[in-house]
Ligand binder design. Sequence first.
Ligand code: ASP
Length: 645
Amino acid sequence: MYFPSWLSQLYRGLSRPIRRTTQPIWGSLSRSLVLSSQRRNPEFSSFVVRTNTCGELRSSHLGQEVTLCGWIQYRRQNTFLVLRDFHGLVQVIIPQDESAASVRKILCEAPMESVVQVSGTVISRPAGQENPKMPTGEIEIKVKTAELLNACKKLPFEIKDFMKKTEALRLQYRYLDLRSFQMQYNLRLRSQMVMKMREYLCNLHGFVDIETPTLFKRTPGGAKEFLVPSREPGKFYSLPQSPQQFKQLLMVGGLDRYFQVARCYRDEGSRPDRQPEFTQIDIEMSFVDQTGIQSLIEGLLQYSWPNDKNPVVVPFPSMTFAEALATYGTDKPDTRFGMKIIDISDVFRNTEIGFLQDALSKPHGTVKAICIPEGAKYFKRKDIESIRKFSADHFDQEILPVFLNTNRNWNSPVANFIMELKRQELIRLMETQEEDVVLLTAGEHNKACSLLGKLRLECADLLETRGVVLRDPTLFSFLWVVDFPLFLPKEENPRELESAHHPFTAPHPSDIHLLYTEPKKVRSQHYDLVLNGNEIGGGSIRIHNAELQQYILATLLKEDVKLLSHMLQALDYGAPPHGGIALGLDRLICVVTGSPSIRDVIAFPKSFRGHDLMSNTPDSIPPEELKPYHIQVSWPTDSKAAKAH
Ligand code: ASP
C-alpha cells in the first residue's frame, strides 16, 4: 500500500505511467500528470533542512547521505518506518544496535502522523524485498540520526484516502484532510493549471493581470450579495459577485486585455457545484467579437489541460439556447450521451386521446418523449412509479411510460391505445429497440422539455447505478451554448424582465429593433461554456453605448440607474467595443479531477450552510464591537440562535 510518485511526473514530464496500486483511489492518482510545456523541474528542497523529498529517492541515489522530513505513515514491528511527505513515501530502517538506542527510541515511540527529521544513507533493499508498487521501492534509508520535530495527538481520522470519513469531520479538521493524497493531487493540479493559464494569457497573448476591489457597492439585479458594514451610519459595502464593472471600466481605461484569478462572492448557500466564495478566471478584451473570445478560451483550455487526461478537441461544438432546451431540456446539456428529447406532436395532431388533444390545443402545446435504452431491462416498476411521482410533484406533469417494441405496458390502457394506433410511426421517430422504454409527456414546450431534461439525467444516473456505461468518465465534452434570450421573465413577477446574463450584455445585432417593440424576443450576445453538463463559464459582448445601456437599465429592467451612474458616465467617454468571459475555476477543476464536489478542489471551503466548520465562521461579535458600525442585532425570539445566546 504505497502512494505512487505522481508528483515527480507532474513536474518532470515523464511519460511512463506508474503502476496501479491495490488501492482504487491511488489508482486514479497514478496516471502521469504532465502539463504540456513544463520544461524545468522545480527544486523542492531549496532553502530548507532536508536534502531530498521522501518520494524522489531511487536506485540512482544509492550511497547518498540524505536528510528527510516527513510524517510517520506506518511502522512495522519496530523495524521499518514509512515516512510520507507531499511527494510520496520512503521506507526507513529503524536501527537495532545498542549504539543507536536513542534513535530507535524516537522512531519507535513517536505516534503515527508525528513529524520527524531523519538523516542517513540511501541503501538498496535486500534482494527479493523490493516493492514494485512503491516508486521508492528499490531503496530504503539506513538512519544515523533522527529528531522528533513534533508529536501527533490521537487523530480524529486516519490520513489514508481509503478510510471513509464524513465531510463534516473532514472540514472540521481540514488541515489534516489536506494531508490526504487526493487533496494534495487536486490542489497541485489546480495550481499547475492556473500557472499555465497565466502563462498563456500574459506571456503568449499580452494580457495584464489586474486586481480589482473586493469592497464594492451593491449591484442591481443578479445574485444576493454579502454586505460589509462601514463606520458611516447606514452605509455598507458589498462583496462583488464578480469584477464585471471593474473589468469593463478597465477597457474604458485602455487596458485592452485584462485577466484576473478573481475571488467572487454570492450569498446563495452551498451546493455540490456552488459555494459562497469562489474563484473565476476573469477575462475582458477590447475590439473583440464572440468568435474571438471563444477561440481564446479554446486555446487557453487546450494549453493548460493536464497531459494525462483525454485531450481537449477544438473548436468546441456550439448550440443555440433554443436547441439546447428543445433537445436536452436545459441550457447546460451533457452531450456525452444521447437520450435526446424528441418532439412527437405531429404524430398526435389528430388524436382522440383526450389529454394529448388538450395539451396540443393550448399555446406552445406539444407532445414530447425520450427513449431510455434498455429501460425495460434495467428499470423496475417502482422506478417508473417514482419518475411519475417526481413529474407530478415537481412539474405538475403526467409521464406515460410506453414500451413500443413489446406489449408490456404495465396495465396502462392509454399506453396500449397509443401503441395500437401509432406504434410504427413512433418506433421510427424514436428509433427504439427491443427493451427500450419511452417516457412521454404532453404540455407547454418549455415545461415539457425541462421535465424530460431532468428525467434524462435522472434515468442516466439510475442506469449507471445498474451497471450500464452511458457516460465515459474520461471524456471531456465541451459545448458552447449561444443565442440566449437577452431577458427572462422574473421568477417572482413574470410580467417584469430580468437579464438572462447581466444587464451589461449586448443584444444580438439583428434583434436590436425588437428592443423597442418585443424585448422578450431579443437574443443576446451571451455565450456559456458547458463541460459534461456543467456550466463552467459564461460571458458576453457588452453594451458600449451609454444611451442603449441607459434604456435597458431604466426602461426595460426598471433598475435604479443612480447605482450605475459611474458605468453610464464611463461609456460616454469613448468606451471601446469590448467583451469577455469568466470561467468558474472551482467547477472546472472539479470536473477535470472527477471530484464529487467543488469543496474537494478548494483548500478551505465552506459547508453546505456556508459555515467554516474548522474555525466556526461566521461567528458572533460582542455588541460593543458592533457599535462603531451603528449595528444592533435583533435576535429572533424563538430560534435556536436566540437560545444559544
Ligand atoms: N461577470 C460574468 C459572470 O460572473 C461573466 C462575464 O460576463 O464576463 O457571470
